[in-house]
Design a protein around this ligand. Structure first.
Ligand code: SF4
Ligand code: FES
Length: 363
């Protein structure tokens, strides 16, 4: 079958900085963070945003780390808005005062995603590695007072999943228009903590029932989204909706990745906006073309009817668990590597997680 032509990207995740006031053990950013001194400058970021818009990007997700750590965030927002992009701010909320939220709304932010660690203040602060839970309420108030739509994002794991119902209630109380409850994905720093973060099957069963009750309770809104724990699934997630199909990521130093975790795939060449035009990277680079479409797939994906809907699963997971980024996602029950996932699920849990570290230059 002939592969369809490559379409322009719909969205870009712009990781403006890796600096962050939080130390979440599930952080999916790489082990090695980009120091402040290597971050793209304001002028370089504006060029990236312009090139992305020219390439066809319509949704710009300004993220990090913590994007509020960049003093030029309002100007970058304004630039993105002037280009006609939809601007989404992804933030921990730390430092988001009413005045800053109002300014960001005025400059062009369209929507805010606010992270929440737990409904229980003690556990929330323990997971964040900082006393930030109280500040989240202030941030949520600032966001809604500025008239911005609010999505509350919660990463679920063994320490908080038992309170998923209270977490939903708390997020609704914060004024969320949408609540995203996503089980931890094991990439970057989070992979280190997998044995401490993996929930049990019993926990997942109870959580699914709790989410179903919450969906009934909030049938009239806000919208609830529950992302299941993929190690426990029989089929993989359609990661990134296909490699190099809809999204690209630009890291703080300007590396351009087909997915935010793709720097873990050490067998792919590293592309950077300072060395090559963004459009050329999207359409012509080896990294972006490596797993586009279905021609690259080995068996059993190659002849599997699911390949057009799940795109063969996740390339980063395949690399992390097998050393081969082209392997069938080991989560898939048809994969010869599924026993590796089962072995992880049967492994002994670890009690304590290792908090996300930042080198001094990253803070
Ligand atoms: Fe998806 Fe490949 Fe598994 Fe089929 S064999 S379900 S295409 S990962
Ligand atoms: Fe990179 Fe799935 S996280 S392809």
């Amino acid at each position: 079958m002939t592969e369809p032509p490559v379409s322009p990207p719909l969205g870009m995740l712009a990781e403006l900085t890796h600096r962050c006031p939080l130390h979440c053990p599930y952080c999916s950013n790489p082990l090695e963070l980009v120091p402040r001194t290597k971050e793209l400058t304001f002028e370089q970021w504006t060029e990236v945003l312009t090139s992305a818009r020219e390439l066809g990007v319509v949704q710009m997700h300004l993220s990090g780390g913590e994007p509020l750590a960049r003093p030029d965030l309002p100007q970058l927002v304004e630039h993105a808005r002037r280009l006609g992009a939809y601007v989404n701010l992804v933030t921990s909320g730390v430092g988001l005062t009413a005045a800053r939220a109002e300014e960001l709304a005025r400059r062009g932010v369209d929507h805010v995603q606010l992270s929440l660690q737990d409904a229980d203040p003690t556990t929330a602060d323990a997971i964040a590695g900082a006393r930030v839970h109280v500040a989240k309420r202030a941030a949520a108030e600032a966001i809604t007072a500025a008239g911005l739509p609010l999505t509350v994002n919660v990463v679920l794991h063994r320490r908080n999943i038992d309170r998923v119902e209270q977490i939903v209630d708390y997020a609704v109380d914060l004024g969320a228009d949408r609540v995203e409850l996503a089980n931890t994905q094991y990439y970057g720093w989070g992979l280190r903590n997998r044995a401490a973060l993996l929930p049990t099957v019993a926990q997942l069963t109870v959580a699914q029932q709790a989410v179903a009750r919450a969906e009934t309770k909030y049938a009239g809104g806000p919208e609830l989204v529950y992302v299941t724990a993929d190690y426990f699934a029989e089929r993989p997630k359609p990661c990134m909706d296909g490699w190099g199909r809809l999204q690209l990521t630009v890291t703080p130093e300007g590396n351009v990745l087909p997915c935010p975790a793709a720097s873990a795939i050490t067998t792919l060449p590293v592309e950077n906006v300072l060395r090559r035009p963004l459009a050329e990277i999207w359409y012509e680079s080896k990294a972006f073309n490596a797993f586009r479409g279905t021609d690259w797939m080995p068996e059993p994906c190659r002849s599997c009817p699911e390949r057009f809907t799940d795109f063969g699963g996740c390339r980063c997971q395949a690399f992390q668990l097998t050393g081969d980024a082209a392997a069938t996602d080991p989560v898939c029950g048809f994969s010869p590597h599924r026993p590796r996932v089962d072995a992880v699920l049967l492994g002994d849990p670890v009690r304590d997680f290792v908090m996300r570290e930042h080198t001094a230059s990253c803070e």
